[in-house]
Design a protein around this ligand. Structure first.
Ligand SMILES: C[S@@+](CC[C@H](N)C(=O)[O-])C[C@H]1O[C@@H](n2cnc3c(N)ncnc32)[C@H](O)[C@@H]1O
Length: 450
């Protein structure tokens, strides 16, 4: 990243409305006494400079300047900044507003090595996202009429505030909302609650990348090491060739078949796969009929012959099976049939985080054996460190509500070596937007509490 100018003069533009300037300056000085009365109406704590996108949270953190790498202490200035941040958050400041440098307040804190303030922003993000999840649930209960009335009232309030705080506010807020939904939602890639566009999208498989019609990376082979470590976490850390003949395994989301190939190599007693995309399913059928043409596509390992090879292996029908459809439709049937697994892995695409949460809340208790292990691809918010850290906390709390403990294993992601350090180049060539930017993957190993 080019050197950024963190001076106050650079952050408050010529055209910044006076009302916004006054708030930004008070936040910059950590002058809580002056700031508090200025936050007397909705939207004021989240006001922003129309050009630089500076918000009071950015200002309160930025004014601290860089902290030396070996400085672990907390100063009086840091205490004042923390108090300012608390007041802003209490006044409705938004934790993940992005400025014109594409930084949230948490990103600024991380860049300046202000670890204490960074942690403050992570806690704020987790609180906001937990609340967001709760309110999202309540909204579903509202009638259409009520929703419309609320929306009208919100719009009137927004208009009044925009007049006071400057014209650019509305546009920026829309962009912010989109960004917030993006960060909040992605299980792996862009969000779509109904999922229809993705499931109807044409897919291409090229150079170890499965890509949808819009250019989003559905699955890429740089994730192979993460898949290997996930299999070891679920089926034991033994040498990958050690058979686990008594284990029953369910994998949701076939993609490139990387994890399924590794699971099959461990020779489980039962191996079920759920896959919804018709083209992925067609690839499995075609590749398994003509393995030579399939080259190194793992899909060739999982056709009708594989399913037939499982007959009678554990004394039950259908030991090896690709269940064709969405997990939302298949899992209720598996429950009704009394299927139970020792290991369950979840890695879908194009679904909202609330779907992953629904899966572990509604289905893990019925489908996972008491001593079983649940894992999932932890790509939540992985295009921004602060979002990743916030989502680690959020998912931990939701897992705990579902009766699950989670232990995290750190896995190194060698960004430069894997060609992941430049958008549009290396591994990201031909991919719309990098969905991974971090040098450590946090691998979840979930088990029942107690
Ligand atoms: C990221 S890929 C899985 C990659 C896999 N872990 C591997 O090792 O190759 C996600 C897969 O989930 C599938 N998928 C998406 N939504 C689904 C749903 N609701 N039910 C079942 N499969 C789904 C996609 O079609 C895609 O094949």
């Amino acid at each position: 990243m080019a050197d950024l100018d963190d001076s106050l003069d650079a952050r408050i533009s010529f055209g910044c409305p006076v009302g916004v300037q006054v708030i930004l300056r008070a936040a910059w000085r950590h002058d809580v006494a002056a700031l508090k009365p200025l936050l007397d109406a909705p939207g004021k704590a989240s006001c922003r400079d129309p050009e630089t996108g500076e918000t009071p949270l950015h200002a309160a953190i930025r004014s601290m300047g860089p902290k030396a790498k070996d400085d672990d202490g907390s100063s009086e200035a840091e205490a004042a900044a923390t108090k300012t941040i608390e007041n802003l958050l209490f006044g409705g400041a938004i934790w993940n507003d992005v400025d014109a440098n594409n930084e949230t307040p948490g990103c600024v804190a991380w860049r300046l090595n202000q670890k204490g303030l960074y942690d403050e922003m992570v806690r704020a993000g987790a609180r906001a996202e937990m609340l967001f999840a709760i309110l999202d649930g309540y909204e579903e209960l509202e009638s259409d009429g009520e929703e419309d009335e609320d929306q009208d009232a919100d719009e009137e309030e927004d208009e009044a505030r925009d007049e006071e705080m400057g014209e650019a506010k509305a546009e920026e807020e829309d962009a912010q909302e989109a960004e917030e939904e993006d960060a909040a939602g992605a299980v792996s890639g862009p969000v779509d609650a109904e999922q229809t566009p993705y499931l109807e999208s044409r897919l291409t498989l090229n150079n170890g990348k499965l890509v949808d019609a819009a250019g989003n990376g559905v699955m890429m082979d740089w994730e192979t090491d993460i898949m290997r470590r996930s299999v070891e976490a679920m089926l034991g850390p033994a040498d990958a060739a050690a058979p686990v003949k008594e284990k029953r395994v369910l994998n949701i989301g076939f993609g490139l078949g990387i994890i399924d190939s590794m699971i099959a190599a461990r020779q489980p007693a039962r191996h079920h796969i759920i896959e919804a995309h018709p083209e992925v399913l067609a690839r499995i059928d075609a590749a398994s009929k003509n393995p030579e043409a399939a080259g190194d596509d793992h899909a060739a390992e999982f056709g009708a012959a594989w399913e037939a090879s499982g007959e009678g292996i554990d004394g039950n029908e259908g030991a090896f099976k690709v269940h064709r459809g969405r997990w939302q439709d298949i899992c209720p049937k598996l429950l009704a049939e009394g299927e139970l697994y020792d290991a369950i892995y979840f890695d879908t695409f194009g679904e909202d985080y609330s779907e992953l949460r629904r899966f572990f809340t509604d289905y893990i208790p019925g489908l996972l054996d008491d001593s079983g292990v649940f894992g999932f691809f932890n790509g939540l918010g992985a295009d921004r460190r602060v979002c990743y850290d916030v989502y680690t906390r959020v998912v931990e709390m939701h897992l705990s509500e579902a009766g699950l403990d989670v232990a995290w294993q750190d896995v190194d992601v060698p960004l430069a070596e894997d060609g992941l350090d430049t958008a549009g180049a290396g591994a990201w060539e031909g991919i719309l937007r990098p969905y991974w930017t971090l040098d450590k993957y946090r691998l979840p190993v979930c088990t029942f509490m107690g």
